[in-house]
Design a protein. Structure first.
Length: 134
């Protein structure tokens, strides 16, 4: 089903389907959300889950996301605004594509990156990371 949706959508495509069990919104080829099927496409593109990053460069896949040095957080979506949070503290708001923010603050240990994407509805994506940046 998702393959069919992806094939027939593009960046300017918008379809809202009101069914008896909820609303489905299909917007662009980067953003598809269905509360019925519990599928969401779009969100944090970088850092990827389960990779080692060394000063903003992806090195190798590992079990957890580990970041050494600063990291550019990149979000791929068709939203009009993206908010970037670290441990539920708002750090940056971006209203222009490409949506990104560079996290270059002193941080050591386990933290949560969260983004809120606004397109009339609010969607969120999170990533748990271990970071070492001084």
């Amino acid at each position: 089903y998702l393959r069919i949706i992806k094939e027939r959508t593009n960046e300017s495509y918008l379809e809202i389907i009101n069914g008896t069990d909820g609303e489905e919104r299909i917007e662009g080829h980067l953003w598809w959300y269905s509360p019925i099927l519990h599928i969401s496409v779009g969100g944090i593109k970088k850092p990827k889950d389960g990779f080692l990053y060394f000063f903003d460069k992806e090195i190798i896949p590992i079990r957890k996301t580990i970041i050494i040095g600063k990291i550019s957080i990149e979000v791929e979506c068709a939203a009009s605004k993206v908010e970037f949070y670290i441990d539920d503290e708002l750090k940056y708001v971006d209203e222009e594509k490409p949506y990104q923010w560079t996290w270059d603050e002193m941080a050591i240990g386990k933290h949560e990156i969260k983004v809120l994407m606004f397109d009339g509805n609010t969607r969120q994506d999170e990533r748990e990371v271990f970071i070492f940046n001084s």
